[in-house]
Design a protein around this ligand. Structure first.
Ligand SMILES: [Zn+2]
Length: 273
């Protein structure tokens, strides 16, 4: 019944409290889940994950994203955006498509967007421009932004400082920075997206997250990536969010119910879900 040696509540305890969890960043619409998506959704639901926010990647993923969102409208909340690792010479066309979809139907945010200097720096200028223009779309459509900032915290922050207007809001997804960077995010009025990395030994994120008030935290899996302990190395899925919630609750010395309640409130108010 779960890990009790540290006095953690079990799954059942969370059920009894009727607190739900929200996975604010999940790519369960991709091929990794095409064989068993119904079971994945079922397991998420059984583990109190009642809402799942789905960030887009690029034009090749829109159909799958929208199909899943239509199939599970009470659970899945789609975002629209162009991921920085999908930015290349065709990015203008991709951005036109993002705007086309924003005009066409309801989305709950712009994401995921940002700058990634880890995989490839070839298109750094294009990535920066795509990020800037999608921030402007978020302002135009009054939507939150979901930021990917792999090895690009300062670059992302510089664009945000130039583009920010009152009302601009969002999350630094998969937050992996220092306590000083966490403070900069908080000062900007943005949330920190915390995932399975906080459960990894030697990630150092426990030392940062324990100093961040839960009012600034939302939870995410980034499925199929970043699988929390004890499933590290396997495919991640939304039901594993409970392991992230437990770890964050433990770091703050509060019950998992309390952490679930607070982080879910943050997520609901950010995405209006
Ligand atoms: Zn993602």
């Amino acid at each position: 019944m779960g890990n009790r040696q540290f006095g953690f509540p079990c799954f059942l305890c969370l059920k009894l409290s009727q607190e739900m969890l929200i996975d604010t960043h999940s790519h369960i619409y991709t091929e990794d889940f095409s064989d068993d998506i119904a079971e994945v959704i079922q397991r998420a639901y059984e583990n109190e994950v009642r809402k799942i926010v789905l960030p887009n990647i690029d034009s090749s993923t829109v159909k799958k994203l929208l199909d899943l969102s239509e199939q599970y409208p009470q659970i899945c909340y789609p975002l629209m955006g162009l991921h920085p690792t999908s930015v290349n010479e065709d990015y203008e066309e991709e951005l036109e498509l993002v705007e086309f979809w924003l005009q066409k139907q309801k989305f709950y945010g712009i994401g995921e967007i940002g700058i990634d200097l880890y995989w490839d720096k070839t298109f750094v200028n294009e990535q920066t421009d795509a990020f800037r223009r999608q921030i402007r779309m978020a302002i135009k459509y009054d939507l939150p932004i979901v930021i990917h900032f792999r090895e690009s915290f300062n670059e992302v922050m510089a664009v945000l400082q130039e583009e920010k207007v009152p009302g601009l809001r969002g999350v630094f997804h998969s937050f992996s920075g220092t306590i000083e960077q966490a403070q900069q995010v908080i000062d900007l009025g943005f949330k920190l997206g915390v995932n399975g990395v906080v459960t990894f030994k030697n990630s150092g994120m426990d030392k940062v997250i324990e100093k961040v008030d839960p009012s600034h935290i939302i939870l995410e899996t980034d499925a199929p990536y970043l699988t929390p302990v004890p499933f590290r190395g396997k495919r991640n899925e939304s039901s594993y969010l409970i392991y992230v919630a437990r770890k964050v609750a433990e770091l703050h010395g509060i019950s998992v119910q309390e952490l679930a309640r607070r982080s879910s409130q943050n997520a609901e108010s950010l995405f209006q879900i």
